[in-house]
Each structure stands twice: as C-alpha cells, then as structure tokens.
Design a protein. Structure first.
Length: 158
C-alpha cells in the first residue's frame, strides 16, 4: 500500500514545527533513517515521509498516487485533545485566509481533479509557543510520543 506521511508547518516557529519532530521520531520507530526527511513529494515512492511549510492545491496531483496519507500538523487549542487524530474525507472548506488549505480540502481537490480518494488520517498536536526557534516548548515536546504512537497504530491497522 503506497503511503505518504505528510507533515507541515514552520520549523523556525517553535511548536508550529512539531510535525518535523513527529516525523523524525516516527522514522526511528519504523527503523528508517531519521536524518532524511524529504521536502519534495515523489509520486513513485512506496513509502514517503515529507515535510513542507504548508499544503497547496498543486499537491493534489501527487497525493492522487498514494493509497493512504497521514497529515501531521500543529493546532493552537482549537480542538479539545492535546493530540487529536481523526480519519478525514474529502470536504472543501471555505477559509477566510487565502493561504490556508486544510487536508480535507486538499483531498476534495484530489478527488475532483483526479477521481482518487486515498484513505487519510489527520494528527494534530497542540502547540503552546510560537517563538523564533526550532526547539519545541516543554509541553508540546511531551506530546510527540503520543502523536507517533497514533500514527504507528494507524499504519499497522490500515
């Protein structure tokens, strides 16, 4: 099953880059080289771990090549759980921010443009501090293990 683990956020803005830390630890758990995280999507990869700044509509073409995708991002308390995970489906969300594309919206573009609907999971980790550093806050750093476990469980069960 072709799998994409897609983390996004800003590594230079503290907890906004939590996905980067989750991806590094997930690669260790999976026995993969944690020093290599791709920054470009590869439609030919069977298993890929990618980190980018944000989701963009152009990702739909490559996402259509995968059977399952896990999106990993930070949240600022907009959901109750510190580490929220949910199966997501294609739904276009209208956003007042022109530079904000949600995973369900990206899946909707993928479905409409390429008639593909990969199985998808969203894992969102609570961020507490968004300063100019690559080091996570203490609170968010403690949540990385939980996020990795949720992704690892999903990978084994799908």
């Amino acid at each position: 099953m072709k799998t994409l683990i897609f983390g996004y956020g800003n590594q230079d803005r503290q907890d906004d880059g939590v996905a980067w830390h989750v991806l590094l630890q997930l690669k260790q758990v999976l026995g993969l080289d944690p020093d290599v995280i791709d920054d470009e999507l590869d439609p030919y990869a069977d298993f890929q771990v990618v980190f980018q700044l944000q989701l963009v509509p152009e990702h739909a073409e490559v996402i259509a090549c995968f059977d399952r995708i896990c999106f990993v991002d930070a949240h600022t308390g907009s959901v109750l759980e510190d580490v929220h995970s949910e199966i997501i489906h294609p739904v276009f969300d209208y956003s007042p921010l022109t530079h904000h594309l949600t995973p369900p919206s990206l899946l909707a573009i993928t479905k409409n443009a390429y008639n593909k609907e990969p199985a998808a999971l969203l894992v969102s980790v609570r961020g507490y501090a968004f300063g100019f550093t690559r080091e996570l806050s203490i609170h968010t750093a403690q949540l990385v293990d939980v996020a990795v476990e949720k992704i690892h469980h999903w990978l084994k069960s799908t």
